[in-house]
Design a protein around this ligand. Sequence first.
Ligand code: DUT
Length: 160
Amino acid sequence: MKGVESIEIEVVRLPHGRDLQLPDYATASAAGADLLAAIDQDIELGPLERKIVPTGISIALPVGFEAQIRPRSGLAAKHGVTVANAPGTIDADYRGEVGVILINLGKEPFRIERGMRIAQMVVARHARAVWREVPALDETARGAGGFGSTGVVTGSSKRA
Ligand SMILES: O=c1ccn([C@H]2C[C@H](O)[C@@H](COP(=O)(O)OP(=O)(O)OP(=O)(O)O)O2)c(=O)[nH]1
């Protein structure tokens, strides 16, 4: 697709995911490919319960890339179901099955069915740090301010 970097990624469909589609992008410009639940029996996720849900695929990312497992906003907004470790990290050297750690933060039990789109996977480049230890860091306008130091009200001089 024009304007979007595309890379070929090797993927193996595991036996229990044979009939399921490979991760797919819902729209032409979607950043995340939807991951499907490769489960034989429905899973009922009670309030505050979490489970590693199998996706039926293993992937081999090129070195220098990672894949991020992110929640689907629809599941989060409607049911409180999200990814416990979001964004989960798939390393380039990982060859096991991609798993999604889903947690139900809602008040009602949530039923996961086979083939349900449970999360999305974003492929991204990453760097590796080479640490260069120094005695002190350069000065900036922010300095050590963080954790709400700039206040919460946008476009006003009010500071929290
Ligand atoms: O949501 C996730 C997170 C991780 N993984 C797989 C791929 C990743 O490459 C591997 C290790 O993940 P991570 O580094 O987050 O796990 P860890 O808790 O640090 O364990 P490890 O000691 O295995 O690295 O587990 C998943 O399938 N789903």
